[in-house]
Design a protein around this ligand. Structure first.
Ligand code: NAP
Length: 313
């Protein structure tokens, strides 16, 4: 039996791992198919304190992982199918690892990229449709690309993709962007970016060799337009990875785990949540890391209360 299992290896899970490992609690960290979380699909991280010249996302995650391993954290690859919270210790059914038993559980499963849900989109994932500029941008050298979305992610991806593309068209459904001003200013100064604002995506158009464009509705005129491109990068946000909890942990209407204010405690004692899976507001690497520290300290205190009930207030 483990004292603590952490599900998810983004900045939240890895920070929790560092803290629990340093507390001699030998946490097990279950890694999914995208170890390191969203930061492994980003490029340079300029706002994580301690790196005045910035650091590449994958390198930052690799460093955090090594730091956790140094103190005895154990990493295993698996996919958590379900968690039984009805009795203690908690039981996890993990594909690839079987049944695992733990006194505390830290959920740091993050959030996954959303798709538009329009015709032609899913059929062409890997044939021109992507949600990861860092992963796939290289394939579009000298080509025209569309990025869909009006938030920081979309603008960041648009800027990044101009390294490869001959032109990047940013398609956003409203006239106004949601992205921060600094990001807007940066992308507006980039001559390779064209703007197709107030356009609603209708269909990804493709031929034998993959994507050829995106059909959109011009919301000002009501007309349909075809924007030609070889790639469509969808950057419209994420949804939390909470499906495996089977409704046993309280979430909000969008699936984000609800924690007791100012803590990482979920509605089930002994189960804690940190990072983007419980954060609808900040969603930053540094806030995820901070919440991972909180989850580890909350779990540590809970374990202590099991072992020495009288000593913990
Ligand atoms: P977001 O802020 O939620 O923006 C999503 C964008 O996609 C919005 O502009 C939204 O349009 C659009 N959208 C959503 N569903 C759509 C649909 N079905 N069809 C067309 N458009 C759709 O998500 P995000 O950009 O991924 O950012 C998430 C958080 O991470 C934010 O807090 C952001 O600041 C942060 N972030 C920060 C950085 C950085 O600082 N370097 C980089 C990336 C992300 P509407 O505007 O019309 O709703």
């Amino acid at each position: 039996m483990y004292k603590s299992i952490i599900v998810g290896t983004g900045p939240a899970g890895l920070t929790a791992a560092i803290y629990l490992a340093r507390a001699n609690l030998n946490p097990l960290i279950i890694e999914g198919p995208q170890p390191g979380g969203q930061l492994t699909t980003t490029t340079e991280v300029e706002n994580f304190p301690g790196f005045p010249d910035g650091i590449m996302g994958p390198e930052l995650m690799d460093n955090m992982r090594k730091q956790a391993e140094r103190f005895g954290a154990e990493f295993r690859t698996g996919w958590v199918n379900s968690v039984d919270t009805s009795s203690r210790p908690f039981k996890l059914q993990v594909e690839g690892l079987g049944e695992l038993v733990t006194e505390t559980l830290i959920i740091s499963t993050g959030a996954t990229a959303k798709y538009l849900g329009i015709p032609g989109e899913q059929d062409n994932v890997g044939r021109g449709v992507s949600t990861c500029a860092t992963c796939d941008g290289f394939f579009f050298r000298g080509k025209e690309i569309i990025v869909v979305g009006g938030g920081d992610s979309a603008l960041e991806e648009a800027g990044f993709l101009t390294r490869f593309a001959s032109k990047v068209t940013l398609v956003h459904r409203r006239d106004e962007l949601r992205a921060s001003k600094i990001m807007q200013d940066r992308v507006r100064a980039n001559e390779k970016v064209e703007w197709a604002l107030n356009r609603t995506p209708l269909e990804v158009v493709a031929g034998e060799n993959g994507v050829t464009g995106l059909k959109v509705r011009n919301n000002a005129t009501g007309e349909e337009e075809l924007i030609e491109a070889s790639g469509v990068f969808v950057a419209i946000g994420h949804h939390p990875n909470t499906g495996f909890l089977g409704g046993q942990i309280t979430t909000d209407e969008n699936g984000y785990i609800v924690v007791n204010p100012g803590t990482s405690e979920t509605n089930v004692e002994g189960i804690f949540a940190c990072g983007d899976v419980q954060d609808t507001r900040y969603r930053q690497a540094i806030t995820a890391a901070g919440s991972g520290c909180m989850a580890a300290m909350d779990a540590e205190k809970y374990i202590e209360s099991l072992e020495h009930p009288a000593a913990v207030l």
